[in-house]
Unconditional design. Sequence first.
Length: 390
Amino acid sequence: MSAAQAPAPLATIALHGERCTIAGNERFALLQGAEGVLLLDLAAAEPVPLPAPGPWQAGAFDASGQQLWLVDAEGTARGFALQAAAATRWADLDGVHEVAIGIPKLVGDDGRPPRFHDLLLAADGAHLAWSLAAGGDRFAGVHAVASGAEVAHFELVDTAAMSDGDQPWIAFVGPGAHVVVQVRANAGGLQVLGHDEPGLMVWDLAARRPITRFAPYVADGTPGYALLRDGLAVGTRNGTRTWPIVQWRLGESAPTVLVPDARGGHFTDLYPDPAGAVLCEWDFEDDDGILVLDLRGKRAPITVAAGHALVGFATAAPGGVLARRADGVLRRFACDTGAATGELDVGAGFTVTAARWCAGVPRILAIGSVDRGNRREWQARLWPVPAAAR
């Protein structure tokens, strides 16, 4: 698809932030910002009214994309059947559909009540994980879906350096029996369930103990790590000499080094593709390109898309990396050869920060912003994919 043939967007939707989660079947996207959440039907190219009561602060899809869980300001998480969403008639899930999260009844040091940052459902559907902010304090926990019982609670104190960006503060590793928690430390360290360990901690929910820890390289409050299907990829720092990227899998005692020295000291940003086949490393200060690592060990690392910014992935065949340049064109690059395999003109002045070329529905979704002079306006734009380019 050439830039000249690119169609006008099917929809342009105003947002209040850039956090975006796409359902496993790629039918729906959940957009989260300061004003709450918005559910977008990618096939119909329109927002879906959310169920009562609300208002909802965070949400999560199940692995199949057929369930949506939402949490309100009071800490009540409810599960709904997504099949009903197209007709805007919402139905509670059969059986247990509500989990009460015992959130701390605190008012933050900024005078505002707690606000949820994350809500996540384990791949096996057995647990819900959550995190919230109350002023300068951060909390996270895990609840069993069937009983509603709390199985883990983390008090993330001393978090002045913690990023409020789109990376989760807690997330499931593997099917759902383990979570990784961002535990922060400045000079005084961070107390988490009695463990004074900075960085990332993988917690065994059944054993109620950590099984491994990592000290990722951190910049602007964000650690360089990525969630993989069966573990983690972490950008580490070996003293002051090298910056290895390592891969750790559940059940392994030690990580494997994927790259011994990424970018010679540049901050390491890691991005896994939805299929779990490749891991990309890219830094916004570097125009050399996007490093693509084959997690299956079949191909040597390659660098693609020099002069472009990494914004996402294409799940539609043949797949690939999505990247943009200042010319306003979104391009797809093959992960095996680095060749450009498609492009879309996203519009002048629209700066894309996240995108997905979907296989579930023939759509290209881009999240970005437009400069309005004294402010930036966040938008979601949705385009159809011509049949020849699917």
